[in-house]
Design a protein. Sequence first.
Length: 576
Amino acid sequence: MQQIGRYQVVGELGRGAMGVVYRAQDPAIGRTVAIKTIRLSDLTDPSERERLRERLIREAQSAGILSHPGIVTIYDIAQEGEMAFIFMEFVNGPPLEKVLLSDTPPDRDAILSIFRQTAAALDYAHKKGIVHRDIKPANIMIHEDGSAKVTDFGVAKILSQQMTQAGAMMGTPSYMSPEQVQGVPVDGRADQFALAVIAFELLTGEKPFVADYLPTLLYKIVREEPVAPQRLNPTLSDDVETVLRKALSKSPDERYPACAAFIDALEQACRRNPDWQPMPRGLSQNMPTVAATDPGSVSIPRFEPVTLAPPPRPIPLPQAPPLPPPPPAVPPPEPSPVARRRQREEAVDAQPGQIQGRKILAFAATVGVIAIGAFLGVKYFGSRGAPVAEKEVAVVTQPAQPPPLAAAPQVQEPPPRPTPAPPPSERPAPLPPPKPAAGGVQVFSSPPGATVVIDNDSSLTCATPCNLTLPPGRHTMVASLDGYRRTPKIFTLPQEATMSLTMERMMGRLSVRTSPPGASIYVNGEARPEKTPAIFSLPAGKYRIGVTKEGLPKQEDDVLVRDGGLADLEWNWGQR
């Protein structure tokens, strides 16, 4: 393929289950783009293809509103015949998947930086109401300058819904959350689960859930806990396990409130052990992004009810017919004191014999049950062969109990007289309810160093990370940091004793145009990857912008980028 629309294809970047990703050039403005192709012909139903095409357009428009340094921007979408094309920002660097397969994996500081950037991008999208649904190393691009960008936003959502209807399962199974496996509605905490799987893999070299067969893998994701990470990587601490287990919780409500809160906790757990090191990746291979399945051949486990095949039922052992109950004891006439003393002496003498008799009966019953079970086991397994199951099921049988022997007549004792209650004047006064004790709140922020003010009280101020002692109840919190938006928070003690705040950087957009186009752009003397005309995001502040083009003089100007605003610069070499 040499050309797609007005774009000239330069080369191939990669292949997926639904199509190919190309590198292309926009001749009109000289911009390099990535083009993702989607084969609509994979859906045999014409109505399904049309529905997919319409939803792709809507989702591309929704994903187009995501303007964040950590998210690959979607420029346009088109269709030709049975192919749909999505035109996206080109990232000059490999995906994290290829970085992990290299001989020199990223060091621990680079890993934590990738985690922080990815978490910030995901939280930004979640606030916009967009969930990725297919976070994995292949969808995290690593730019040549070390920055991380999440790709395939919006596309993952539409494909997940459409492919589920078409009889295939969307998402790389190893990174899917339990709620995705069960097909229930998901929110941003599903992306947090996938990010935790990636963190587990980068720190230990192994995925938390591994199996040879898809149904077994899905069952493990929904039902089983992963192995402790420090068993795979001894340099990790127990604190790292605590953080990862929370982010990998089966229930979304038990995970962190945001991806940045999870990464903050993980980074602090790692920093507390300065000798930790990431482990090289293991030999386990990723499963394909879209796994075509036959709905009748794979059972997807759910919490209520579990649709996986149940384990084999134990062979029922024949039960011996119950012994007839002993005849009801006829109460004897009231004996004399001498007779009562004689009965007690006879009862004491008879106890050893009764106990011995009970032991003999219990032993005989147990031997009988074991003999019957052994006979049936030899008969059954000898003819059919032992069934293979993933887990051994232990069947515990209780030894048969003999019927209770008639107890010796007991001497009737008069009931104790009730102790009269003391008069009201002598009763002790009830203790007053304890007063609520003051508790502590621990505040973290990403990045750290934010100034926190509690309840608009200047005396309750600290710089994150910090601790404050507050009475139980409802409180307000406002965090501020230069270059970041003020972040308010309402919390209740003692329920929310740990607060993690994600500070959102003040960002604006800058438009740079030149005539003729195709000029290189410099921000404070550093080259940008874009060529004019271009629109890109920058933190709010003052910048020195320059443009150069071969054979023409360099042009420079100062610009102020405001939070949420759009600054515009334009040069025309023909008029200057």
